[in-house]
Design a protein around this ligand. Structure first.
Ligand code: ADP
Ligand code: MG
Ligand code: ZN
Length: 478
């Protein structure tokens, strides 16, 4: 059978590191990138006799995430111990939530090419991150860094509602943007602040039962998630087509070979011997507490999008791209206000800026310039100081060596030539060197004009004012 004869079923478990200042059960800082084992204390190092105290901010952030994804918030929740042994887990258990998660039964809407649909959120629970193993370069062993141990996480578990890698991509982007909007996580995927376990299975089209799934752990780039899913679907189709059976197992995606490898058999909940953590009290939330958080939530991507359609008359597609990231969306609104030209700002964001972000796999939050600088770029074109083709080069420069667009133009000598005498000189030179095109134009080939303008642009390295060039050529050719 062919791949088209199967339906793909995918469910995601997404871990997001919360951006609270301190860890979940102690007051160590959570910031990324410190020297190994400098953000630690007896509690997160699991010294005997220490006791955890739940950071209230963690509950608040998780409730925010729950409300923003339309979950029901549990007023009676608790922490459980998930027991397993691994060198990066000093207590030999992780404090998580088992049967009473903070949030349940939510949803996130996506718009794939097959039409709008809702993806169910099974649950969102809070838990602590583990430490990190650094494998030493000499192969003598591994070093444990406990800075990350005890950093708060939320795990967002989706229903197996996703049906393609396209839907997974859209779902993850939407989830990421929601978490960014409500400011509970910086969602920096390359730093591991947002990572997904991807569960994939296939079944014959029309079948009622789900197929056996495999789980790819800790994926942290959109590109590799798509690649890994496509690979895994092909692998499963191949096995079933050849009369084989899918083993339920945990897989590791290898970016270099583009393949998945088996890590271990899938573990079951019972393997973890979950039980309520006796060191922590139940988490009881009042109606008032939940209401207050609800009222503090900012405008979410969906509502911003609707506003952009009416207030700025953006197209649905553009509004989708811009509101997908809070950072892009703020950049758009602020820059538009400063330069009073939302149409131009929109164009920059959805074309050149998006292209550069894509090519460099950069996250919008890493854009090295601010709304003032983007607005300045638009104003420089509007005032005729630079042409739009030069502006494109200025933008690249703003990404590569961030500084004010005016400084870039000064340094590079990119100010547009709008001096009539200088333009005329170029036009005459180009006309003299391109007799053939002149004849063509006179014989009625309008296209020849474009060629001549292009030559003049080349001659001035893009600096000539294009409107003036056009006009001057027309006059001279009369
Ligand atoms: P566990 O906690 O053991 O990993 P869960 O039953 O909680 O297992 O499911 C984890 C994730 O796997 C969920 O996101 C769920 O939607 C997804 N999932 C469950 N069954 C399937 C399946 N047959 N195919 C694809 N995904 C699945
Ligand atoms: Mg799992
Ligand atoms: Zn600590």
């Amino acid at each position: 059978m062919a791949r088209e004869d199967y339906e793909v079923v995918i469910g995601l478990e997404v871990h997001a590191e919360l951006s609270t200042k301190t860890k979940i059960f102690c007051s160590c800082p959570t910031s990324f990138g410190a020297s190994p084992n400098t953000h630690v204390c007896p509690i997160c190092m699991a010294m005997p006799g220490t006791l955890p105290v739940l950071n209230e901010k963690v509950v608040e952030y998780a409730v925010r995430a729950g409300l923003a994804t339309e979950c029901t918030i549990s007023q009676d929740s608790k922490n459980d111990r998930k027991n397993y042994f691994y060198p990066d887990l000093p207590k030999a258990y992780q404090i998580s939530q088992y049967d009473k998660p903070l949030c349940e039964h939510g949803k996130i809407e996506i718009e794939p090419s097959t039409g709008r649909k809702a993806i169910g959120i099974t649950r969102i629970h809070i838990e602590e991150d583990a430490g990190k193993l650094n494998h030493d370069d000499f192969g003598r062993g591994s070093l444990v860094d406990l800075n990350r141990a005890g950093v708060p996480l939320i795990e967002i578990v989706s229903e197996p509602d996703l049906r393609s890698s396209e839907e997974v991509d859209l779902y993850l982007r939407k989830l990421k943007s929601i978490l960014e909007y409500i400011e509970v996580s910086d969602c920096k995927m390359q730093e591991g602040s947002l990572r997904a376990d991807v569960n994939v299975s296939i079944r014959k089209k029309g079948a009622k039962e789900f197929g056996t799934r495999t789980e790819m752990k800790n994926m942290n780039s959109f590109r590799s998630i798509t690649r890994a899913i496509e690979y895994e679907i092909d692998r499963q189709v191949d096995i079933i087509d050849n009369g084989g059976k899918i083993e339920q197992e945990t897989l590791r995606w290898d970016e270099v070979s583009g393949k998945t490898f088996s890590m271990r058999d899938k573990e079951d909940a019972q393997d973890y011997r979950y039980f309520p953590d006796p060191d922590l009290v139940a988490i009881k939330l009042s109606d008032e507490y939940i209401e207050n958080i609800k009222h503090s939530l900012p405008e979410l991507p969906e509502s911003r999008k609707q506003r952009y359609l009416t207030e700025y008359k953006l197209s649905e597609k553009d509004a989708n791209i811009i509101t997908s990231s809070k950072y892009l969306s703020d950049l758009f609104e602020q820059a538009s206000k400063i330069c009073n030209n939302p149409k131009a700002v929109n164009n920059w964001i959805i074309s050149d800026i998006s292209r550069i972000l894509n090519e460099t796999e950069m996250d919008p939050v890493e854009i090295p310039f601010d709304s003032k600088q983007l607005a300045k770029l638009v104003q420089l074109i509007d005032k005729g100081t630079i042409s739009s083709s030069i502006a494109k080069k200025v933008l690249v420069e703003m990404f590569e060596h961030p500084r004010d667009p005016e400084d870039i133009i000064d340094e590079k000598g990119w100010v547009q030539i709008s001096d009539e005498g200088a333009i005329k000189e170029v036009v005459l030179k180009v006309l003299e060197n391109n007799q053939k095109s002149v004849e063509d134009y006179k014989a009625g080939k309008e296209k020849a004009l474009g060629f001549l303008v292009g030559q003049a642009m080349k001659e001035t390295r893009g600096k000539a004012n294009p409107q003036m060039l056009n006009q001057m050529f027309k006059e001279e050719l009369k």
